[in-house]
Each structure stands twice: as C-alpha cells, then as structure tokens.
Design a binder for this molecule. Structure first.
Ligand code: AMP
Ligand code: MG
Length: 348
C-alpha cells in the first residue's frame, strides 16, 4: 500500500481534509495530529474499519478504541445515557485531553469497544482533527498511531516510522503540544474513576464534579490488582534497551546514575541518561538527553516519547532516567515512564 503524506504544518487544507474524509468514509485508515499524540483514525461505526486499526497496530483485540467526536450533540447517537457530570466535564474541558467512559448505544460495534458495553468518547482540541472528524462522518475511532508496544508518536515522522506502507494517509500537522495521551475518566462507576492519568489532573476533575477516585490498579504495588482500562495492563511505550528509573533526592540520584554509567563504560558499553535542563551537565559517562526543564512540566511531557525513540536510534545498552514528580502532570508522566520501564526502579 502507498501511504499518502499530506502536509498541513501551516494549517488545515480543505482539499486534503476532503480526501482524508473520503478515505475514512470508505473504511480506510488516516493518521492525524491531535493535541495529545498522533491518532490512527477509522470510521468508529464500521466494524470492518475498526478491525483494520487493530491489524495495522498489532493491537490486542480486547483493547478498546476511543471514539473522537467534533460536536457535543454527536454523543447522543453513540451513548445510552449521559450522567449530568458528562455535560459539566464537556463544558469545562472539551475540546481537550479528556476521555469519558459511558454506556454505549447499539450504533457502536463491539469491534470498536473491544467487546465492552461501554464506549470511550473524546473531543480533541486540534483544528485538523476536528475538520477530519466532520469530513469523515462524525465518529472516528483512534488509538495512538504507533505499532503496539512502541512509544506513542508525537510527530508525523514517528507515525511514518511505524505505519508507512501500512495505512492510507498520514496528515502532518507538526509536533503535538501535550505529548501524553488523554486523561480517561469512567462515568459508569458510582464514583467517577480515573482509569488513565493525563494532562487533566484529579484535582481539576474534582473542581468540576466533586468526588473522583483513582483506579487502584494504577497505583497498587500488588500486581494482582488489575487496572480497569484493558490497555493499561500491557507493557507500553517500551524502548529497545532496558530502562531503569532512579529515585531519591536529587544529589544522590546523580551520584547513583554516574556510578551505574561508569560501570557500564568499563564493560565497553554506552548507556543513555534521561536528565533535565537543570541536571544534564552533571553526567559524564553516557549519551545524555535532556527531557525539558523541571520548571516547565509541559516540556517534560512533550519530549518523553521522542526521547525513548531517540535512544532506540542511538542503540544505547541501557537507559537510566531521573524521575519527574511534577505538580499537575506528574502522575501521568510517571505512569508512562513506569510502564516504559516495566516498573524497574532503583532507589538511590
Ligand atoms: P490509546 O487509544 O492507545 O490511547 O488507548 C486507549 C485507552 O483507552 C486504552 O488504555 C483502553 O483500554 C482505554 N479504553 C478505551 N475504551 C475503554 C472502555 N470502554 N473502558 C475502559 N477503558 C477503555
Ligand atoms: Mg496507545
């Protein structure tokens, strides 16, 4: 298959959107930018089209897709009932990086929801995504546009690395602004529950709808407590080299990483270090990548996946990362980093 690349780095182009919408209506696959990461889109109400997404990504079929809409009214056709909290959250955070889980209607095929009776819905905050959704019929199922298990794509080049020759079109809208997938909140629970942390924090949700809990499967040390979102149980975002997170006070973390990387050098191997602008000058025995500034947590979120891909390219032997417990997005950043590391932590 030939993958068409549509350049919209300078803004939405109507002719390209029309072609992309046509592909979606005919059951094809189009990768497109959102504010979180690049999505791999297909008609969410067409079971055959959804099935193609799983095939292109190598995604396990029990891992449901998020349905993207462009207008609040579109939610009625795909959901059975909508608690008052849904409207409150939409008014506050849509378009934006928040996904809501609701009871699905018969219009949504089980192929899209991984066999579940609930559906995940989001309205992305990106002009290209919104234009494509409208051109494609109003309902686009879209997981991240990476091969299953690889870091999520934050540029069109990342998408091409994984999907060139496999999908119909990639729309290049330049680098994304947030860089981590949406917060998922389940509104079918008695108390709304966060199934995946993201840019929208627990506190921000509580300010709008009151009590909100965190899925125990996300925070429990006990691996028999399963996360409720099927996708959260898989090792995701994995770089090729083993990744370890080094935790502790900043000085000791630096000493520990320097000792570990020096030992690696002695064996004739080149490790990688994920540092920050504040610390990247303190490491000597490794390929050092700064993820961003500790004073700007958005920069850390935005660069995480690109750095994991960069270390694949540099073929480092092992990666050591500082940890990033930042105020708003800390839980989301550490959730993704921990998954990438397969939960391997070294205490300094
Ligand atoms: P991705 O599309 O790669 O961002 O992954 C979507 C995430 O949403 C996965 O972790 C899914 O398991 C989760 N998800 C989608 N639909 C549902 C649902 N109906 N119930 C629970 N989790 C869901
Ligand atoms: Mg994904």
């Amino acid at each position: 298959m030939i993958t068409v690349l549509e350049d919209m780095r300078n803004g939405v182009r109507e002719d390209g959107i029309r072609r992309a919408g046509e592909i979606v209506r005919q059951g094809g696959l189009v990768a497109f930018p959102t504010e979180t990461v690049y999505g791999l889109g297909a008609d969410a109400l067409d079971a055959g089209a959804s099935a193609k997404i799983y095939q292109a990504k190598g995604r396990p079929s029990d891992n449901p897709l998020i349905v993207h809409i462009a207008d609040w009214e579109a939610i009625e056709r795909i959901t059975e009932d909508r608690p008052a909290q849904a409207r409150l959250l939409a008014d506050m955070f849509w378009p934006g990086p928040l996904t809501m889980i609701l009871k699905k209607s018969a219009a949504v095929p089980y192929a899209t929801t991984g066999g579940l009776d609930t559906v995940a819905v989001r309205m992305p905050d990106h002009p290209i995504a919104l234009a494509l959704i409208r051109a494609g019929g109003g309902y686009i199922a879209a997981p991240s546009a990476n091969t299953s298990g690889r870091p999520s794509p934050t540029t069109a080049q990342h998408v091409a690395e994984d999907m060139d020759g496999v999908i119909d079109m990639i729309i290049d809208g330049g680098p994304v602004s947030i860089g981590l997938e949406s917060t998922i909140v389940d509104l079918t629970e008695e108390t709304p529950m966060i199934l995946r942390p993201g840019y929208i924090s627990q506190e921000m949700l509580r300010d709008v709808i009151g009590s909100v809990k965190m899925d125990r499967g996300l925070i429990s040390e006990d691996s028999s407590v399963r996360p409720k979102a099927p996708g959260m149980k898989y090792r995701h975002y994995a770089p090729r080299a083993p990744l370890f997170i080094v935790e502790g006070d900043r000085q000791r973390v630096q000493e520990k990483i320097n000792a570990l990387t020096a030992a690696e050098n002695k064996k004739g191997r080149m490790p990688g270090v994920i540092a920050t602008d504040e610390t990247s000058g303190s490491y000597a025995h490794a390929i050092v990548e700064s993820i961003g500034s500790r004073a700007d947590e958005r920069s850390i979120a935005r660069h995480l996946y690109a750095i994991l891909r960069e270390f694949d390219r540099r073929e480092v032997s092992v990666i050591y990362s500082e940890s990033f417990e930042t105020p708003q997005m800390g839980p989301a950043i550490m959730n993704r980093l921990m998954k990438a590391a397969g939960h391997q932590v070294i205490y300094a």
